[in-house]
Design a protein around this ligand. Structure first.
Ligand SMILES: Cc1cc2nc3c(=O)[nH]c(=O)nc-3n(C[C@H](O)[C@H](O)[C@H](O)COP(=O)(O)OP(=O)(O)OC[C@H]3O[C@@H](n4cnc5c(N)ncnc54)[C@H](O)[C@@H]3O)c2cc1C
Length: 391
């Protein structure tokens, strides 16, 4: 169908919403993004953009802009927490020259997308908190201050606490994983190279990777525990709590944690992938449809893939409903598999009993030494997939 002039409201100016706005605008739609915040900003944090995400940015002409502001990752290293001993190294170069893997500051990616979206003629309206959506052939977006707007299509890219998701699916309580995570950025005082390091300890792990030309290091630290209930990205914590929980982590990790001045902490919850992604002329996208745990670093990348398929499916369908049905069909299976893989990954890093730990580490060392390509090949289905070539 011809998207020219189709009036679309995208709820949420996150990575998913902005990518969708750009994809739909490039196909001729008249797109407005509604964002609840007073500015498009991001608290400091890093993001890994794997080659499957880069495929979408490339197709949108944004690869060069990202390259300038990102660090190209060379490897993922699994290390023991105590002495930092290398247990296993996955060479990201094995993915191929045409499949770059980047570490980028979230602010920089949002900024690149927002600039492209505005240049393409999309309107971004701030301080527009959506209260609910009434789906139908002419869906209505109801704002918190009471104003309503009727449009041709509504995309709910409003993240974890989406207003559209419960309208389509009802409310399902998420499952607490008994894990909490802290995230912070610090100056790169340790000469951290262009690799992602996973320091694995009993019931805890710390991931670090460089950002912004290697000037900064992003840290995500995860601990297994019980009795935590809050879910949300922006809950401030005292850095002393983070250092206390990881006080037996030695070497580089200790030095990085010593420099943390501001830290956010949140409980990790598992949410089922939404069974229903669309109704009438409204659809979910990104975390609103499928929040994922951070252990495969694929949440934002999946949102970008969704955005591409949404535009493609609508353009190829006879009408909006058929387009949205095709969009869900093309995305749901892959997204479920990625979300499941991320859920299983935490356990791999957190083995406690020493003999089990040693055996697991030995197995990883042997596998990465004898068959590095095969180890990396396990992830081909995620990283080597190019959604822009799959129709
Ligand atoms: C610590 C951590 C590390 C991560 N690392 C990675 C990584 O390395 N790689 C990766 O790909 N993913 C990663 N992710 C996941 C990724 O950040 C998310 O999956 C991604 O941001 C989802 O994008 P989104 O646009 O769907 O939602 P969001 O980024 O949550 O954006 C939603 C937007 O909607 C707005 N909004 C919400 N409600 C309303 C409303 N009612 N009205 C108007 N606006 C509203 C919000 O203000 C926000 O701007 C990580 C996540 C975490 C927590």
């Amino acid at each position: 169908m011809d998207l020219n002039g189709l009036k679309i409201r995208v709820i949420g100016a996150g990575i998913g919403g902005l990518t969708a706005a750009l994809v739909l605008r490039e196909r001729g739609a008249d797109v407005t993004v509604l964002e609840q915040a007073e500015a498009i900003t991001e608290v400091g944090a890093g993001l890994q953009v794997s080659p499957n995400g880069m495929a979408v940015l490339r197709a949108l002409g944004l690869e060069a802009a990202l390259q300038v502001r990102a660090v190209r990752g060379q490897a993922v290293e699994l290390r023991d927490y105590a002495r930092g001993r290398l247990v296993s190294r996955l060479n990201l170069g094995a993915l191929g020259d045409d499949a770059p893997y980047y570490f980028v500051h979230r602010f920089d990616l949002i900024d690149i997308l927002a600039e492209a979206v505005r240049a393409a003629g999309v309107k971004i309206r701030l301080l527009q908190k959506v209260e609910t959506v009434v789906p139908g052939d002419v869906p209505r977006v109801v704002l918190a201050h009471g104003q309503e707007v009727s449009v041709d299509l509504v995309i709910g890219a409003d993240g974890l606490h989406s207003k559209l998701r419960p309208v389509l699916n009802g409310t399902v309580a998420p499952f607490f994983t008994r894990q909490v995570a802290w995230r912070a950025t610090v100056p790169n005082t340790v000469g951290h190279g262009p690799v992602a390091k996973v320091h694995m300890g009993p019931r805890r792990h710390v991931v670090s990777y460089p950002l912004r030309g290697g000037e900064m290091v992003n840290i995500v630290a995860v601990q297994e525990r019980s009795g935590w209930h809050e879910e949300g990205w922006h809950i401030a914590d005292d850095p002393a709590n983070l250092r206390g929980c990881f006080s037996d982590f030695e070497g580089e990790t200790k030095a990085l944690l010593a420099n943390v001045e501001t830290v956010r902490k949140w409980g990790l919850f598992r949410h089922p992938v939404a069974p229903i992604w669309h109704k009438g002329h409204s659809a979910l996208l990104g975390d609103a449809a499928h929040p994922t745990l951070p252990f495969m670093a694929q949440g934002a990348v999946m949102a970008m893939e969704d955005a591409w398929v949404l535009g493609d499916a609508l353009a190829k369908a006879d009408d909006i409903e058929a387009g949205l049905a095709a969009y869900q069909m093309r995305r749901q299976g892959r997204v479920r598999r990625v979300v499941d893989t991320a859920s299983k990954n935490a356990r791999r890093y957190h083995l406690s009993a020493p003999p089990v730990r040693m055996a697991a580490h030995l197995g990883l060392t042997i596998a990465s030494t004898l068959a590095p390509k095969a180890m990396m090949g396990h992830f081909d289905w995620i990283y080597r997939y190019d959604v822009t070539k799959d129709s």
